[in-house]
Design a protein around this ligand. Structure first.
Ligand code: MRU
Length: 362
């Protein structure tokens, strides 16, 4: 997608040196577009952990390039094992991380060390190119849902949570891909962007992305979503996900579950967009089996933004003596999910539908 007219991906190999990895530091958005250069495994692991890069598919693609950076330094078996372990420990919930590392391990283990660096860069590039193609297919499949709603002749209002746009993937996004395509096709689409406390990925990232592409949107407090649903102001909910179980339970950014409940109560379709790399075929019960990342309390007790004098400031919003808890994700049971938008088509959130559509992976 474009930033001020220039096309970007969220991760790429530096054109000048041909090996270092460039990312957009997402902790600086929407105030600054900082293109950070990463040169080592440790820098990439830090970028994932500290969320300079985030979003399940981009976490996977970043980890793949983290392995490539490690192989540049040392391509012995022990170094490969160490790289897979260090990157695998960065964030626990998004299954795309494990998926990408498993794929890198499989691609490199049988390659002799002297050839591992080149093979790692090639596999990471392949993961990125495939991600773009998969998200484009998700966009096309989800577009049909928006086109259906647009038949009424009225504006289509879509609610989304967190950021599942192009910067959460390599390009296009998952939940936002159908929205970009609808906008580009001339459909009158408007997005309710939930701020997504505590890190505000909606307010900072989704609003920025949509604004740069010219998509109409309104940022709302997380707690306003149910209200707009009750008043007929939401035609569809589309969110992304960090892990879907084989029975169709959906893990996504904290607060998603409450929106699914509100959507269910108001007969608003609740769709989840995902690449098949986000499906964890090894588990069924998402609530019991998905590890939920607990992040720093400071993400809850403080807020960062632009002060009136133009500087970026972090302020505390909770009494200094009050503790805070910060589960980063929750699980929406499959029964609350209208359906899944995948690269192979629309799919019911059930084990039989998922294993039928992805029989080669399940
Ligand atoms: O903690 P984050 O910002 O990495 O969480 C991101 C989300 O929850 C997204 O909705 C999910 O990864 C889907 S991204 C296409």
């Amino acid at each position: 997608m474009k930033i001020d007219g220039t096309p970007y991906r969220s991760i790429w190999v530096d054109e000048t040196d041909g090996w270092s990895v460039r990312i957009i530091d997402q902790t600086k958005l929407p105030w600054n577009v900082d293109l950070v250069r990463l040169t080592t495994l440790e820098e990439m692991a830090h970028a994932i952990k500290a969320m300079l890069v985030r979003g399940a598919p981009l976490i996977g693609a970043s980890a793949a390039y983290g392995v490539a950076l490690a192989m540049r330094h040392d391509a012995a078996d022990a170094a490969l094992a160490q790289a897979l372990e260090v990157l695998g420990a960065t964030r626990p919930t998004a299954i795309n991380l494990r998926w990408a590392l498993r794929r890198m391990g499989a691609a490199l283990q049988s390659v002799e060390p002297a050839k591992r660096e080149a093979a790692a860069y090639a596999e990471a590039a392949k993961i990125c190119d495939e991600d773009v193609a998969v998200n484009e297919a998700i966009g096309r499949n989800g577009l049909a849902l928006i086109e259906e709603k647009a038949k009424s002749g009225k504006r289509v209002n879509i609610l989304t949570h967190c950021n599942a746009g192009w910067i959460a993937t390599v390009d296009w996004g998952t939940a936002l891909a159908p929205i970009y395509m609808a906008h580009d096709a001339g459909i009158d689409v408007h997005v309710w962007v939930e701020e997504t406390r505590p890190r505000n990925q909606g307010a900072s990232l989704t609003a920025w992305e949509l604004g740069k592409h010219g998509v109409k949107h309104t940022v709302i407090a997380d707690n306003a979503g149910g209200h707009y649903m009750q008043h007929g102001e939401v035609d569809l909910v589309i969110v992304g996900t960090d892990r879907v179980t084989r029975q169709g339970d959906v893990c996504n950014k904290i607060g998603t579950y409450l929106k699914a409940l509100a959507a269910h109560d108001n007969n608003v379709p609740f769709w989840v967009a995902l690449p098949s790399s986000t499906i964890d075929w090894t588990i069924r019960d998402g609530v019991a089996e998905i590890p939920i990342e607990e992040r720093a309390a400071s993400e809850v007790t403080t807020m960062t933004g632009r002060a009136m004098d133009g500087s970026i400031a972090t302020v505390r919003i909770v009494p200094t003596s009050s503790p805070a808890a910060n589960p980063a994700f929750d699980v929406t049971p499959a029964r609350l999910v209208t359906g899944l938008i995948t690269e192979r088509g629309l799919c019911e959130a059930t084990e039989s539908a998922l294993t039928g559509m992805f029989s080669d992976l399940a």
